[in-house]
Design a protein around this ligand. Structure first.
Ligand code: FDA
Length: 484
């Protein structure tokens, strides 16, 4: 018997659960490739050389998940859990280790949304995307929303597990700050809710990263009020139009704006519109204001006159319409991708003090080296509600500051540790050993970047709920005595 045959036999022999064979796929099955590729959101990991799962299970019932856990444990299979497939390093469906052997538990069929308007809450399953959720809320109410991410195809299984920031973060905090309850299946196959899992595990799953503590099969979330009309504005400025001074100034203004304003800047190298065969830097100032245009323009004139915001830079829309400004139905399209077919690598930093003009001039040089339309830098401001929530409230610790060419940025960003956002996974900052076996000391270096002082509590929760390290990957939190 091969390793693969043994686990298949185990899966199929659970006689209370004969249906699992219908949702189990091995590489010889004709649907294997399409199921695998459907939720690969980074073509860097969609190559023939990318390690692939030995088998894929796409459960539609809880017993199928429990059977998968039981058989994976019995036959010592590593499992990877996938909801939306946006993991920056592809850890939900591949591995950086060529000889890695794993099973993919693809939650793609767990996509229910059930909204309770009276209570202003919803139960959502993990493969629901942010776009699907925003659409279903908007269908029922134009004055409710949920403070999760901006890209509509991201899965809420992964996103809430790592935090989840978007246009409402200054008003209401992160997605994970707005979770009321959850259903989790743990390494023993038990079905837990907030009361039965206890507050430590409930704390850990809201920002402590996916694929570490258990399988989240539902979140109960709190919906938040928004006005029926919001205003989205975009102003672009090149270096020739004083972009450097305006971006520099933005840093001093942005966190003092009312919490009703979300405001980020996207910096790219572009072809110079006024000089042939030359490049320049374009700063795109994107904002969303929770209110009508009449309220926004005078406020921005008073607080940020250097930007020169005009009515024609702005469009009024419903909250769910941002940033697409296209039919709301496009929120339901899981196949569109913000990164297109690009091979994508992302990194994140936290800026604690404003970057000086000279710093931006160096950043422009680095962006020009990266090339026209091939890479960029996004600056997003926290502040507002984010500064009011204690760093230990959930595992996500980065509450104050700005978010932002990595080596170059070193003097301008956080130090000891150099911080990073767990949902922007970056294996360059460190990883567990082959097969996801981690030791505490190694993991502490990258773990502190993501979680700062919350790392040790995450290790304690992991040690209590999954001491054998069943749920693991190259950046899962290790228990104190790891799997051998
Ligand atoms: P995926 O399925 O790849 O899961 C990510 C991680 O969570 C993996 O480790 C996986 O094993 C684990 N996991 C998934 N489902 C789980 C479950 N049910 N139970 C336990 N573990 C589970 N972030 C943000 O905050 N705001 C934003 O606006 C954006 N925008 C954005 C755009 C684009 C194009 C990308 C590629 C990414 C973002 N992100 C983001 C980052 C995003 O929040 C992050 O990649 C999420 O972890 C992705 O969740 P998925 O379910 O899609 O990914």
């Amino acid at each position: 018997h091969s390793h693969e045959e043994s686990i298949l036999e185990c899966l199929y022999s659970q006689n209370y659960n004969t249906t699992i064979s219908q949702v189990t796929f091995t590489p010889i099955n004709s649907s294997y490739d399409s199921i695998l590729q459907f939720s690969i959101k980074n073509s860097r990991f969609n190559t023939s050389a990318s390690p692939k799962p030995v088998l894929i299970v796409t459960p539609y019932s809880i017993p199928q998940i429990q059977t998968t856990i039981l058989c994976s444990k019995k036959h010592k299979f590593q499992i990877r859990i996938r909801s939306g497939g946006h993991d920056y390093e592809g850890l939900s469906y591949t591995s950086p280790d060529q000889n890695s052997s794993f099973l993919l538990l693809d939650l793609i069929r767990f996509r229910n949304i059930s909204i309770d308007l009276a209570q202003q809450t919803a139960w959502i399953q993990p493969a629901v995307t942010t776009g699907e959720l925003y659409y279903r809320i908007a269908e029922k109410s134009s004055i409710l929303a949920f403070p999760s991410g901006i890209c509509p195809t991201v899965g809420l299984g992964g996103q809430i597990s790592g935090g989840g920031w978007g246009t409402l973060l200054r008003k209401y905090g992160l997605a994970a700050d707005n979770v009321l309850d959850a259903t989790v299946i743990d390494a023993k196959g038990r079905i837990l809710n907030r009361a039965s899992m206890g507050e430590d595990l409930f704390w850990a799953i809201r920002g402590g990263g996916g694929n570490t503590f258990g399988i989240v099969i539902a979140w109960k979330i709190k919906l938040v009020p928004v006005p029926a009309t919001v205003t989205a504005c975009t102003v672009t400025r090149t270096l020739e139009q004083n972009a450097t001074e305006i971006v520099h100034r933005w840093q001093y203004v942005v966190d003092k704006l009312p919490n009703d304003v979300f405001f980020m800047v996207v910096l790219n190298s572009v072809a110079n519109p006024v000089q042939a065969n030359a490049t320049t830097i374009q700063a795109s100032f994107n904002s969303l204001y929770l209110g009508g245009i009449e309220g926004l323009i005078p406020m921005m004139d008073a607080k940020f006159p250097d930007l020169g915001l005009r009515r024609e830079n702005c469009v009024e829309m419903s909250w769910a319409g941002f940033p697409l400004n296209s039919p709301l139905e496009s929120l339901l399209d899981r196949t569109i991708s913000a990164t297109g077919s690009a091979k994508f690598k992302g990194k994140s930093d936290y800026v604690k003090e404003p970057i000086p003009i000279s710093g931006f001039e160096g950043i422009w040089e680095k962006l020009k080296e990266v090339g026209v339309q091939t890479g960029g830098l996004i600056l997003a401001s926290y502040g507002g509600k984010m500064s009011e929530i204690p760093e230990s409230s959930i595992p996500f610790p980065h509450r104050a500051g700005l978010r932002g060419l990595y080596e170059y940025m070193t003097p301008y960003v956080s130090k000891n540790p150099r911080e990073a956002y767990a949902n922007y996974r970056d294996l360059d900052i460190g990883r567990n050993g082959g097969g996801g076996e981690g030791d505490y000391r190694r993991a502490r270096s990258w773990g502190s970047s993501y979680y700062k002082n919350n790392f040790d509590r995450l290790v304690r929760v992991k040690t209590a709920v999954d001491p054998a390290n069943f749920f693991r990957n190259e950046q899962s939190i290790p228990p104190l005595s790891s799997w051998r």
